[in-house]
Ligand binder design. Sequence first.
Ligand code: SF4
Length: 74
Amino acid sequence: MALDLRTHTVTIDAGCISCGMCESLVPEVFSVPAGSTSQVRRDWLDWAQTTPESEERLRGARDSCPVDVIRLES
Ligand code: SF4
């Protein structure tokens, strides 16, 4: 289902190892610039609101992070 943006936020805790997994899975939300840690794109809300599978894909990225620093909170 599409994510309910009234109740969810996406954040990245300290400790990202810049592996690129989140960006490869959901490039509409995560960006891992060269030499930097992962960042949440400014326009991720637009994508999440209009994509039916946004919640499942975000949960998949969160669960695939090898150091468990992606937070999908409600
Ligand atoms: S999957 Fe986790 S460790 Fe890898 S780039 Fe994304 S936030 Fe960083």
